[in-house]
Write a protein that binds this ligand. Sequence first.
Ligand SMILES: Nc1ncnc2c1ncn2[C@@H]1O[C@H](COP(=O)(O)OP(=O)(O)O)[C@@H](O)[C@H]1O
Ligand SMILES: [Mg+2]
Length: 424
Amino acid sequence: MAMVRGLPWTVKYRPRLVNEVVGNRKAKKEFMDWLKPWLMGRVGERKAAFLYGPPGVGKTALVEAAANQLGLELVELNAGEIESIEQVRRVTSLARSHGSLFGRVKRLIFFDEVDNISASVASSIINEIVKMIKVSENPVVLAANDAWLDKLRPLRSEDVSVLIRFYKVSSREIAERLTYICRAERLSCDRNALMRIAERNDGDVRSSILDLQLVASLVGRRITEDSVKSLAGFGYRDREIDVFKALGRIFYARQIGAAVMAVNQFTYEPDLLLRWIAENIPNIYKDPEELFSAYEALSLADLYKARSNKPGYWRLERYSRLFMSAGVSLSKKRWPKGSRFKYPRYLRELVASRRVRELRSKILAKLSRRLHASQRKIISEYLPYLAFLFNHDEKFAERLSRILRLSKEEVEHLRLLGRLYTVE
Ligand SMILES: Nc1ncnc2c1ncn2[C@@H]1O[C@H](COP(=O)(O)OP(=O)(O)O)[C@@H](O)[C@H]1O
Ligand SMILES: [Mg+2]
């Protein structure tokens, strides 16, 4: 599948030139004006440019495009990955020296996503970055979604940085970029279809481009408003299905659409489904290439899942679902033989553990007293429904917890049981 095998279009169509970055005209101008004195071979004011605004609008893209276009050596560090002050000091030594004999700027120092600096090291790292800005012979750029976090206060200070604000990109401007990509990919794209994709993504260019790729990979070369509309449903959950049904549709799907739909309709946590799929891949797929491809898709699903947990990035969650469904489904070369799906090992162990057995018998005792039924009958007849309702009806869950005086742990256990039962 293109999504798995090829490059994501956000990477393939990363802007190489500043004017390929659409929208945010004012911010782009402020940034280029700030850069100018540095380019004239002078040391500019010793202040960083601090770009901030919503995700996916081209902050990182602008800095990279500018460096590329102006022939600057880009020294880029994702602040979320900084663990020690040494990493910053290494950058500082690069920041202090010129790249060339004539003192012309050759470097651009870029600390991306400074709002992600981990809390434990934040204050010392941030102080070190401030120090670097003060001694740098090269321009330093900072970027973040949220510049107003308390921990970033030293970086916002007037004598340390110039704040440059980015906004959501208008649908018209997003559509402009999508049109460019459609041409490059030789797709025939309806203008209304592109506007619809842009509108769905509320000013986020990155997600819009990924959506375009998703639509193209599912419907082919002709992208119409109708095809976008019909896929819009993929972002939502229509009807619930249980985990076995979902697995069946993922592994045995004849059409990718069915696999994607299955994951979207699965209303329990996607984390749980991911584990089920992981555990069942070697059970269903036997060929090494199939296995490799399926695990690769799953690791991408996991990656996007992790990214989507960052504030502001929830939209990426859908790519996680896409990889775990279509990605895994398309990994098969031939039809897998029918096999029974296995419970993930961790669930089996959990259910078998002593603590859990104790918990369960406590719950059963309470239920049995209340319902005047034997524990066996409760296990076979009531528990599956109670557990199911527990996950699907908050009011019911609350009432039952109160009536039975369930402890927090017992409530948790019932919820877990609910996820184990299939409901047909
Ligand atoms: N304004 C834009 N113009 C063109 N492409 C963009 C724009 N914004 C985002 N993109 C695309 O999305 C990708 C991710 O955007 P990025 O610059 O990392 O967003 P941000 O740093 O604002 O979160 C870019 O590599 C590019 O492919
Ligand atoms: Mg960025």
